[in-house]
Design a protein around this ligand. Structure first.
Ligand code: ASP
Ligand code: MG
Length: 466
């Protein structure tokens, strides 16, 4: 099926320099569909620099330092303009970058005078990265003979609540406005360039969608316009079968479902901002992850439902920033509600529980939590069950890792668990705890940290590639 309507998002490294921005414009030219919208991140490292300078502003940097920062940021972007944009189109982006750097300087000086950095002013500061990169890419497109103008996420139609730092779109308004603003332009054959990550609340105050949120911006726009596909251009070939730094046989996955991608994201393989999937899934819009530096590579396609699944297991991942917590006591046997009390208390303390298992003997409950939550979890359980009547011991192990085997093809396939644990055993990996989600999309198990790599290598070999 030919793609008629396409949203393409380019991440920070993809627009990291003038040369790269020019390369992105060439990619857009080569791949554009009849109707195309481009979403862009800030040039790489810029958002982090903005976070730092905003924090320094309240810790008493001088006005000179602020001026210096704004000037350097302006120069970085001006340099990119001179490389990426043909001379006759340089005027508007240069003026915009100039105007924004003056505005940023004033904002930072203001923050330094007040000595207070609210989430709202932080969002305002962070918005400058994308607001400076979008005009450049738009100019670069014009230089390729493509009709284009740039928009902030808010101008483009993304209206959010006022949760600064992690704003949520108000969908009805957003969908309507995006169609009105962008839809009309794409129908005329223009390619609008929209700032990722940045939006605005109902009062028009700048909000952001949380770090890495440009992917989400692309999904919001794609879903409002009912795009045929959303392409996330990044700096890797796609979604990998496992961490290529750990296993050299790792390769990219051709097609994966949203459900599998969500499991993967949960187990730490962060390819997409987690909120990206929801709007795309709801409107059944496939998302393709591609590499800007290897545009000939087809990348990974993420779809709602896969017709024919060839592979039983799609990916093997490992999560190592976690700890195993075991609650035990013969007093727990036959006492209803112990598990409920454990989970309620931990939830109230915002401890994220990643895995649970209870043997039928009921003598203990094992949990995997994030390492950072471990002490809080222990304290909470001891407070919830004072004395030794019910819970006698709370023990933990910090030197563990969770290995997760992911694939919708495991659903209904007999003998997968047996193969998983045989492979682990043959590799000399001792399994400390097991859990399988009832969706059967993943089997995960806990091993000693020192065994993690061995386990992943063995499972990847068993199911994916020699
Ligand atoms: N520039 C923002 C960030 O670094 C948003 C993004 O890159 O998606 O978090
Ligand atoms: Mg980014």
């Amino acid at each position: 099926m030919a793609i008629k309507r396409l949203v393409m998002k380019f991440g920070g490294t993809s627009v990291g320099s003038g040369e790269r921005i020019r390369g992105v414009a060439e990619i857009v030219k080569a791949h554009r569909a009849r109707e195309t919208v481009v979403v862009v991140s800030a040039m790489s490292t810029v958002t982090n620099q903005l976070v730092d300078v905003a924090q320094e502003a309240i810790n008493g940097i001088t006005e000179e330092d602020i001026k210096d920062f704004a000037r350097r940021l302006k120069e970085k972007h001006a340099r990119a303009i001179r490389v990426a944009v043909a001379r006759e189109h340089q005027g508007p982006p240069l003026q915009e970058v100039e105007r924004l750097s003056t505005e940023l300087e004033k904002v930072l000086v203001g923050i330094s005078y007040v000595g207070e950095l609210t989430p709202r002013s932080m969002d305002y500061v962070l918005s400058f990265g994308e607001r400076m990169s979008a005009p450049i890419l738009s100019g670069a497109l014009k230089s390729q003979g493509i009709e284009s103008s740039w928009f902030s996420g808010y101008e483009a139609g993304i209206v959010t609540d006022s949760s600064f730092g992690k704003a949520n779109p108000l969908w009805a308004k957003t969908n309507r406005k995006i169609k009105r603003v962008l839809g009309r332009r794409t129908e005329r054959g223009e390619v609008p360039v929209v700032t990722g990550f940045v939006a605005g609340d109902e009062k028009g105050r700048i909000t952001t969608l949380s770090r890495g949120g440009s992917d989400f911006s692309a999904a919001i726009i794609g879903s409002a316009l009912k795009a045929d596909e959303i392409w996330i251009w990044t700096d890797v070939d796609g979604v990998y079968t496992t961490d290529p730094r750990m296993v050299k046989q790792a390769r990219t996955i051709d097609v994966i479902s949203f459900a599998e991608a969500m499991e993967l994201a949960y187990f730490g393989a962060r390819v997409l901002h987690p909120k990206t999937i929801e709007p795309a899934m709801e409107k059944d819009i496939p998302v393709r992850v591609r590499n800007t530096f290897k545009p000939e590579h087809r990348g990974t396609l993420i779809v709602r439902e896969q017709k024919k699944i060839k592979e039983i297991v799609k990916a093997v991942t490992v999560l190592d920033d976690c700890a195993l917590l075991t609650i035990s006591g013969v007093g727990m046997i036959g006492v209803p509600g112990v598990a409920a009390r454990v989970f309620t208390a931990l939830a109230a303390e915002k401890v994220n529980i990643m895995m649970i298992s209870q043997g039928s003997s009921e003598v203990n409950i094992s949990l995997v939590v994030e390492k950072g939550d471990l002490n809080r979890a222990i304290r909470t359980i001891k407070k919830t069950f004072p004395g030794k009547d019910i819970v006698k011991d709370v023990t933990y192990d910090k030197d563990i890792a969770v290995i997760a085997v992911i694939g919708a093809g495991m659903r209904g396939t007999k003998g997968v668990a047996a193969r998983v644990f045989r492979a682990a055993a043959d590799a000399g990996v001792n399994v400390l705890m097991i859990a399988q989600g009832s969706s059967e999309v993943n089997i995960s198990f806990v091993v000693a940290a020192k065994d993690a790599k061995k386990g992943v290598v063995a499972l990847h070999k068993e199911f994916i590639a020699e």
